[in-house]
Design a protein around this ligand. Structure first.
Ligand code: SF4
Ligand code: SF4
Length: 224
């Protein structure tokens, strides 16, 4: 199959999954305000995302994550598709967001303990605020901007950075940069041709879009 057809097929199947999970996200976001125990799906996502990262890298964030799916399937339509600045992807910003959110969560759980409904409601407040921040970042930069500072995403990056790595066949690559153009995380696999590691490689979602897009079949996953 030619690269263009392969990419079209993959984009289609990925979008179907993302529309399903993105719609589920919207339903949970609304339902959680009426039945607060729904808020507990957030820690479940946290465990599932980081657990999967220890085996497959940030694969969870591709389409299993309801909010990631919502970003690609719905928010993409309102995004100006600008480049996410490096400072937003930097380690200090990620650590700062993670420390702030985990600190606030811990404080509130201790404060609200042992009321499961109040704790669930706090999870929903957190989800709503962070989703609003994600929408604002989408309007300024790109739909996946939040994914760079999402605590689950950051921890998955650190845990799964060396799992299932993307590799390049340097001789086959012709530097057309089509791989970079199709990447939802604005990564640049073609930079590996120059004996470099791909910048922000831990943020690769293992979506396979770049692999499908490459007309020279120069990209593959190590499977480790
Ligand atoms: S799409 Fe393939 S050939 Fe083109 S720059 Fe990327 S890896 Fe190289
Ligand atoms: S580098 Fe390739 S596999 Fe990784 S997120 Fe970008 S397009 Fe997907």
């Amino acid at each position: 199959m030619k690269a263009k057809e392969r990419l079209k097929e993959l984009k289609k199947s990925r979008l179907i999954k993302q529309v399903i999970f993105g719609t589920l996200f919207l339903l949970l976001l609304v339902a959680g305000w009426f039945y607060s125990l729904i808020g507990y799906f957030i820690p479940l996502c946290m465990v599932a995302g980081i657990g999967m990262a220890s085996i497959k890298g940030r694969k969870w964030c591709d389409w299993y994550c309801p909010r990631g799916s919502f970003a690609d399937s719905y928010m993409k339509k309102i995004s100006p598709e600008k480049r996410v600045p490096d400072w937003l992807r930097s380690l200090p910003v990620r650590i700062g967001v993670l420390a702030f959110l985990i600190g606030m969560l811990t404080f509130q759980i201790i404060h609200l303990w042992p009321d499961p409904y109040a704790i669930g409601r706090f999870f929903m407040i957190l989800l709503t605020i962070t989703t609003a921040v994600g929408i604002i970042l989408t309007l300024i930069f790109q739909q996946r901007s939040w994914c760079y500072i999402c605590p689950i995403g950051s921890m998955s990056n650190w845990v799964g950075k060396n799992r299932n790595q993307l590799n390049i066949d340097k001789d086959a690559c012709v530097s057309c940069k089509l791989c970079g153009k199709t990447c939802p995380m604005q990564l640049s696999p073609y930079e590996m041709k120059e004996d470099k590691q791909m910048p922000f490689r831990g943020d690769c979602l293992k979506c396979g879009l770049c692999v499908a897009a490459c007309p020279k079949d120069a990209l593959s996953f190590s499977g480790k």
